[in-house]
Ligand binder design. Structure first.
Ligand code: ADP
Ligand code: MG
Length: 217
């Protein structure tokens, strides 16, 4: 998929993010990748927590509007979504709003921080999985990763190169190694930072969508 495949305004690059949001001394204080990732994750997730419930609702609806108007979304047959935690972008109305044109799947956690993706409809009962994340039941039909055309990927932070900071367990890094579909990070504008530290096993995203717009890398 190329940048030209979508008609929406790209996000403008926030050149002041490192100075404004994190600060040079912030980077100088942390020495290992793990410390740096942990510190950025904590800071950005705290900013996300500070959004009011109403702001989260409004921004989430804008994000869904943008997603539903995006041509590659319409073209995708099988779409991996996620069941949102309280402060995440709320994509729970996606199935209701998208109609019948797509097959949706959502992740189930497996031992050793692996995930499998299972079919999800509006009627699928959700069960509590690892870390209180809700997930489809194990009897929901599993779809191979390679069959998924578009991944909606939750995140703690994303940078202008598509580098993704997750929640610290590496679930999506493992799951997405064999992905063939488009990997679209989903977050609020406050989760967009200039630079995310990258380890060799981190899987980069192909795009980032927030209430500020959609950018393909
Ligand atoms: P997150 O991406 O959730 O922010 P990290 O990138 O810090 O978290 O990864 C968390 C852990 O997962 C790391 O200790 C890393 O060794 C492990 N990990 C990530 N990807 C893989 C992989 N493909 N295979 C094995 N371990 C992995
Ligand atoms: Mg990672």
């Amino acid at each position: 998929m190329q940048n030209g495949d979508h008609h929406l305004e790209p996000l403008r690059f926030k050149g002041d993010t490192v100075g404004g949001t994190l600060g040079q001394t912030f980077f100088e204080t942390f020495h290992t990748m793990l410390e740096l990732k942990t510190a950025i994750r904590a800071k950005i997730l705290e900013e996300r927590r500070r959004l009011s419930a109403q702001a989260r609702r409004e921004k989430s609806e804008i994000i869904l509007d943008t997603l539903l108007a995006w041509t590659p979304f319409s073209a995708a047959s099988t779409i991996a979504t996620y069941i949102p935690l309280k402060t995440e972008v709320d994509v729970s109305r996606l199935l209701e709003r998208a109609g019948q044109a797509h097959r949706f799947v959502a992740p189930r956690t497996l031992p050793d921080f692996q995930m499998s993706f299972h079919e999800l409809t509006q009627d699928t009962p959700l069960l509590k999985g690892s870390g209180n994340v809700m997930q489809p039941p194990d009897y929901a039909l599993e779809r191979p990763i390679e069959d998924i055309d578009l991944f909606l990927v939750p995140l703690a932070a994303c940078d202008s190169q598509g580098n993704r900071l997750g929640f610290g367990k590496g679930y999506y890094d493992r799951a997405l190694t064999s992905a063939l579909g488009f990997k679209l990070g989903i977050g609020f504008g406050c989760q967009w930072v200039e630079a995310v530290p990258v380890d060799h096993y981190d899987v980069a995203l192909d795009g980032f969508l927030s209430e500020e717009g959609l950018l393909c890398f």
